[in-house]
Ligand binder design. Structure first.
Ligand code: GAL
Length: 369
């Protein structure tokens, strides 16, 4: 039998070396948070959990995110916004007790490869999965942005599991708040049939970049970029967290806020979001409110220092209350690499405060505890 090394004697020496270098690079154990570097899981493989969110449950952190694989940037698919990708490999889950050693719990919501009609088919879009725990039903509920490849479906997908490590059962997708007006609608808002709010009244309101948040009283809320991304909608969730109740409010009208991350500190609600520039980073925004229903007051860009205008070359995805307490917070973000989305890196920074204003500064290597 002719072996590869017989045909190309140099290759047999080079290949194992290259493989070893790659493994060594990825296998470096995480001893501190080093934003922008490759983060290896406990098997030495790069963590693949993009646009993610975190659940702290019974002393363990569960990090859920988009699994990006293969050729993910397809400029030919939609030239109008510079290309999108064939996606939906599934949702990853990694667990950790120290926020540094991440064990891969597997693909907890795998793609439906053989069903082109499914939202989970690789030809669709699944982004920004977030998982919350419902203390009443004892279920783990996942919400994500479910979309068609052209981003026209703009829906929420919901899945449910009995355990944080899945598997999650997919329940389907829908547009929230069908046939109901937001609590703060004005008569003028209702008049223009071309306005997205009015246009989508019967079908349900758009939901693209989204997150879910559970308040101290157990009530759940959905924050979603709606109205063609122009205006954010905050919707109340049903007691089982599986749907929206129909009570919702329009916030930041016309401000094109994406990537919402919500947290609560000292009785106030905070939002850190991005602007709307696809995979390219932009300046983050922050806002505060005494009630989740608003009014929300914008506090400007929380980032300070070099590259503050592009969120240190990242886009937020979640703010983690460390240990489930409302004391220390970590801003989690994605440094998207649109030409190689699987190699998008993570940027995590501690949130500090100047008065009521959240502040993010670059930190090269730091301990999350
Ligand atoms: C971003 C959004 C990402 C993804 C991307 C696609 O604005 O935050 O989740 O949808 O656009 O271009």
């Amino acid at each position: 039998m002719t072996t590869l090394s017989a045909l190309f004697p140099g290759v047999s020496r080079l290949l194992p070396l290259a493989a070893l270098v790659a493994t060594l690079h990825a296998a470096e154990p995480m001893t501190s948070i080093r934003s922008g570097e490759v983060w290896a899981d406990t098997e030495g493989k790069p963590v693949n959990a993009h646009g993610g969110g975190m659940l702290f449950h019974e002393g363990t952190y569960y990090w859920y995110g988009e699994i990006k694989q293969g050729k993910t940037y397809l400029p030919e698919v939609n030239k109008s916004w510079g290309g999108t990708r064939v996606d939906v490999t599934g949702v990853s889950c990694y667990s950790s007790t120290d926020l540094l050693k991440w064990k891969n719990e597997g693909n907890v919501l795998p793609a439906a490869k053989d069903d082109p009609a499914s939202d989970l088919h690789p030809g669709k879009v699944l982004e920004r999965p977030k998982v919350i725990y419902n203390a009443k039903t004892k279920k783990f509920v996942m919400w994500f942005h479910a979309d068609s490849l052209d981003y026209a479906a703009a829906s929420c997908g919901v899945a449910v599991s009995d355990t944080p490590g899945g598997p999650f059962k997919y329940l389907g997708s829908f547009r929230p708040n069908q046939g109901v007006w937001p609590v703060n609608v004005t008569e003028a808002d209702k008049k223009d049939p071309k306005a997205p709010l009015v246009r989508d009244f019967e079908r349900g309101q758009m939901a693209r970049d989204l997150t879910v948040f559970v308040d101290d009283d157990g009530k759940g809320y959905l924050f979603a970029a709606s109205e063609d991304n122009a205006t954010m909608h905050i919707s109340e969730l049903t007691d089982d967290y599986l749907k929206t109740t129909g009570k919702y409010v329009r916030v930041f009208p016309g401000r094109l806020m994406e990537a919402p991350a919500v947290f609560k500190r000292a009785g106030k609600y905070y939002l850190i979001a991005s602007g709307c520039t696809a995979w390219a980073p932009n300046a983050a925004r922050s806002a505060v409110a005494d009630s989740i229903w608003g009014p929300w007051k914008e506090l400007g860009n929380p980032c300070q220092g070099d590259k503050a205008d592009i969120t240190f070359q990242s886009q937020g995805t979640y703010v983690l209350p460390v240990g489930g307490k409302q004391e220390k917070f970590i801003f989690m973000a994605d440094r998207w690499n649109k030409d190689d989305l699987p190699d998008s890196r993570y940027v995590w920074l501690p949130v500090s405060f100047e008065g009521e204003k959240p502040v993010l500064r670059w930190m090269g290597g730091w301990s999350p505890r």
